[in-house]
Design a protein around this ligand. Sequence first.
Ligand code: NAD
Ligand code: WQD
Length: 343
Amino acid sequence: MKKHCVLVSGGAGYIGSHTAVELVEAGYDVVIADNLSNSEITAVEGVRRITGVEVPFVEVDCCDREALRTKLFDRYAFDSAIHFAAFKAVNESVQKPLEYYRNNLTSFMNILDLMRATGRPNILFSSSCTVYGEPDRQPVTEETPRKPATSPYGNTKQMCEDILRDTVNASEGMKGIALRYFNPIGAHPSALIGELPRGVPQNLVPYITQTAAGLRECLSVFGDDYPTPDGSNIRDYIDVVDLARAHVAAIRRLIEGKNRSAYEIFNIGTGNGVSVLELVHRFEQANGLKLNYRIAGRRAGDIIAIWADPTRANEELGWRAERDLDDTLRAAWAWEKHLRGIE
Ligand code: NAD
Ligand code: WQD
């Protein structure tokens, strides 16, 4: 029987490459499309090495509708797409709003429009817990109201969710799911793929691993005077392999027609809130090293605390986060060592 094929746009990136691996290992054909604007071809090579499958790669800008049609839609027989391709740096989006609106909205609308025009029904969109802003109550469920976005990046996530909802509702046979990721961290246990931050990392775990590797002198913990038990911010850190598997479960739901409505939303998190200071200490313990860190002032725009209620994903997708946080932090460090050639 012919295997179901899934387009992974942005599949050379951090989450996309891990998802490509999990899809292949679950028995799907995969085609990766990416313009390598924030990734390297080595990630695709890593996917091929891990899976032993020569996964096809198409270098294409998803903002170029004509190129998408000729290089991808005319050539590959996929019925499902997972759209990861986007710019994702919150601060940069404040400096370069037009670039963010253009890239994140145009790329998604092109994929969506071509899926609709060519009769391909299933689409998953990478959304984010950023759509909740600073929540009034924890943990957040999918019914927790979205707050007005505080950055152009966050705004593109809200807008793309709405574009997906309206499009599938208006298009007979189309189905869409928005997965709201909490904070993805870690790397594949093979250490062949992982996160590749450009320049100074803005995110906590890459900053931690680069500090441990000696690339950065000292981690700044942004604030210890928040109204939380230890004063530092709380997040829901989810292993990237667990996150990747949530996509496999969501694709399966759409293929099997188990979705309850044309458009659905799922929180993809562990359900556990972990503070910055706890995470730093867990990293030290899991890897048997000491991290140079200091308490610094608050970072503008940070949410005090947010973690997921993942019940809907647990029950409806039959998925749950399984990886132990210590294993995740060991995998993050193994990946950094692999990148830097540290034994
Ligand atoms: P990433 O930057 O590693 O991956 C995105 C990939 O998309 C990159 O390989 C980049 O080259 C590609 N890309 C960007 N614009 C493109 C375009 N116009 N055409 C083709 N390819 C393009 O980021 P990631 O962390 O893997 O994030 C993937 C998705 O998940 C993004 O949509 C991001 O907003 C979302 N997300 C990420 C996080 C996170 O913390 N990493 C959290 C929530 C949501
Ligand atoms: C986590 C915690 C920082 C760096 C961002 C986006 C969000 C989503 C996930 C895409 C915070 C603290 C960090 C450092 C620190 N992405 N920190 N020192 O801010 O929760 O979310 O990524 O959708 O939209 O905003 O993640 O990793 O930047 O920070 O103390 O050097 O670590 O203050 O409390 P964040 P993060």
